[in-house]
Write a protein that binds this ligand. Structure first.
Ligand SMILES: Nc1nc2c(ncn2[C@@H]2O[C@H](COP(=O)(O)OP(=O)(O)OP(=O)(O)O)[C@@H](O)[C@H]2O)c(=O)[nH]1
Length: 362
């Protein structure tokens, strides 16, 4: 028997919260034990229980929650101490069944609440580990009371069980609700993180591929033009070697900003990895060439105050989607071939999939 709801699962899982666990459980245990005292009180009165049972009522329902908290607080390992307390809750619940002469509703209620609390901690197998202690307590209590058996539950006892039933159910539901909300939020955050390239803020490779795939589908469905631009920094390894990796990162961020600006709001700009960027443009090849040339010019004008003298250039490969059965993979390969030609044509230039270099070094 224990609180209407014990530690929310996330608290059990968060090791940083270990010291908070006893405090959280304490509030629930005080409430749960307090509510459990109601039906216990009525049954003890009905069966004319001996003074020892009344003393046990006071001890288990009103003293134990504070003692448990004190034990956990003074322990060097509050989490383990709280686990022991949770086990003790089950023993207390088991002991009450024979002391109540197995009055059906309160006995079953107290033991099932104690077990549900173990499950609700989110600690794997805790409820199972608590069962032997609870059953032994039933046995020990039975031997003490001679297994007196009066399972019928009167209406007053039934009514007295309602508060703990209602409060426990609502508290467990609330815990589950909060946990689901938290998992949903974390999933959303993970999803957002996976869409963005952390260094540059552009689309991540995967997200960009999704966007480019959608643009290609739109091209196939509507016939509207779509062109791919693969953009690769020239001699970036040298920049890293000469100015250091941190400056290299600044360059990637700076070039990414230029890529985003050149792409405009309609296009999808991403970082494929390393010093390679990609833009999926809802544009014809001629329009994409204009974008590429603007980008190339802006990269040439790019500078960093912390690395005076640093100059950058990019090579760009363009491929317009023409065939109706073109897949994303072939489209990217096509732009990659153009990029290869731009690199091997001397860098700092744009090449198209078919027409060869369209702009020479400025
Ligand atoms: N600073 C920094 N460097 C990176 C990052 N990712 C990859 N690199 C480096 O980028 C460099 C890419 O070099 P290469 O692919 O050889 O290309 P390059 O030197 O630009 O030569 P070309 O492309 O042929 O003009 C490698 O030295 C990588 O270590 C990053 O996130 N930050």
């Amino acid at each position: 028997m224990a609180a209407p709801s014990h530690p929310p699962p996330e608290h059990a899982a968060r090791l940083s919260d270990l010291h908070l666990l006893p405090r959280r459980v304490y509030r629930f245990r005080v409430l749960g034990m307090g509510l459990a005292a109601l039906p216990i009180f009525l049954v003890l009165r009905e069966i004319g229980a001996p003074p020892a049972s009344w003393a046990w009522l006071v001890a288990s329902c009103f003293l134990w929650p504070h003692l448990a908290y004190w034990l956990a607080r003074r322990s060097a390992d509050p989490f383990q101490a709280e686990l022991r307390n949770l086990m003790s809750d089950s023993i207390i619940a088991g002991l009450w069944a024979p002391l109540l002469h197995f009055n059906a509703l309160p006995s079953v209620l107290l033991m099932s609440v104690a077990t549900a609390d173990k499950i609700n901690t989110g600690i794997r197998g805790l409820w199972l580990r608590s069962l032997p202690g609870m059953l032994l307590a039933v046995l020990a209590g039975g031997l003490l009371t001679g297994f007196a058996f009066a399972p019928a539950t009167s209406m007053p006892v039934l009514l007295a069980c309602l508060p703990i039933m209602v409060v426990h159910t609502l508290a467990v539901s609330l815990n589950s609700f909060l946990l689901v909300r938290r998992v949903q939020l974390q999933n959303r955050q993970l999803d957002e993180l996976s869409r963005v390239d952390v260094l540059t803020g552009l689309d991540s490779r995967r997200h960009w591929q999704d966007q480019a795939g959608r643009l290609l589908q739109r091209r196939h469905a509507t016939g509207k033009a779509a062109t791919l631009a693969l953009v690769d920094l020239d001699w970036f390894k040298d920049i890293n070697d000469r100015h250091g990796h941190a400056v290299g990162d600044d360059v990637l961020r700076g070039i990414a900003a230029l890529v985003r600006r050149a792409a405009g709001p309609e296009a999808h700009a991403g970082r494929l990895g390393g010093d390679e960027f990609a833009i999926a443009l809802p544009a014809t090849l001629a329009e994409a060439e204009a974008v590429a040339e603007r980008l190339r010019a802006s990269v040439q004008a790019f500078s960093l105050p912390q690395a005076p003298g640093l100059r950058c250039s990019v090579s760009i490969g363009l491929a317009q989607a023409r065939d109706d059965d073109l897949g994303l993979r072939e489209w990217i390969e096509s732009a990659d071939k153009a990029l290869y030609r731009a690199k091997h044509g001397g860098r700092n230039r744009t090449a198209t999939e078919a027409a060869g270099p369209s702009a020479q070094t400025a």
